[in-house]
Design a protein around this ligand. Structure first.
Ligand SMILES: [Zn+2]
Ligand SMILES: [Zn+2]
Length: 263
């Protein structure tokens, strides 16, 4: 299974870090977790077209995680010669459907794909939830960020597990979601000394990884304030497993619990 960090940044415009998005490729399936502004361009840089994306997963509705959805749908419809005709499965927390309907009120038919193309699944925003897909079981838990924030845990048939927190503060749910994961992709918004409510710091992300005993940890969702700080050292005060700080277009292969950096 291959994971590509498309955007390791936040809402802050940055040439180095695009807004949040992670691509997971497993077999024929190509999954996008969140799609902040710049995602489609980063996808192309990763060698993937939007028509190849089979599943969208949203952790929550903040624009740095959903900002490119309208553009993605518009580009899936026009020009007609490029119109998407394969299904797009969209998963998010309860509340997403209302958000999507409001988005369609703004853009109308420009972003409305043909009947049967877009399937939307809402997961509980207050308790554990799960769904089964051909290539993976998916479990979700509410995270501590907004009222409709969830984290995802993918369990593949070979038992490989990947966890994506989306935005969150430290919470027991984040630990529970990540228990024993082969790979935890965890938000890490600001350095320890700049902690804000609703977000993690390197040592809090490390605490989650440590308590959950994950095998590999990738920190992402860095505000520019992180770039001049030794994020790894702050995380290392509490976590001694494999650790990577994400950069845009970082590619990771995960197999049998081992992480390989592809570039
Ligand atoms: Zn965010
Ligand atoms: Zn957020």
């Amino acid at each position: 299974m291959r994971v590509t960090i498309l955007g390791s940044g936040t809402c802050v415009p940055s040439l180095r870090r695009s807004s949040c998005s992670v691509l997971v490729e497993t077999g024929e399936a190509k999954l996008l977790f969140d799609m902040g502004v710049g995602t489609m361009r980063r996808l192309l840089e990763a060698g993937v077209t939007i028509g190849e994306i089979s599943h969208l997963f949203f952790s929550h509705l903040h624009p740095d995680h959903t900002g490119e959805l309208a553009g993605f749908l518009f580009a899936s419809k026009y020009p007609e010669g490029r119109r998407r005709n394969s299904r797009l499965r969209v998963t998010a927390a309860e509340g997403f459907m209302a958000f999507y309907e409001r988005l369609k009120k703004v853009y109308g038919q420009w972003i409305e794909l043909e009947e049967g193309i877009v399937d939307i699944f809402e997961m509980s925003n207050v308790r554990q939830d799960s769904m089964h897909l051909d290539f993976s079981n998916i479990d979700t838990l509410p995270m501590t960020h907004t009222e409709t924030s969830i984290g995802y845990r993918l369990t593949m048939p070979d038992t490989t597990t990947i966890v994506y927190t989306g935005d969150t503060d430290y919470c027991k749910n984040a630990v529970q979601l990540a228990i024993g994961a082969d790979l935890l992709i965890c938000e890490c918004a600001l350095p320890d000394e700049m902690k804000v409510p609703g977000h993690l710091t390197p040592s809090l992300a490390g605490r989650i990884a440590s308590e959950a005993q994950v095998k590999n940890l990738v920190l992402t969702h860095f505000y520019p304030e992180c770039d001049g700080v030794d994020i790894e050292a702050q995380c290392r005060t509490v976590y001694d497993g494999v650790l990577l700080c994400a950069e845009d277009l970082m590619r990771i292969e995960i197999a049998n619990g081992h992480l390989g950096l592809l570039g």
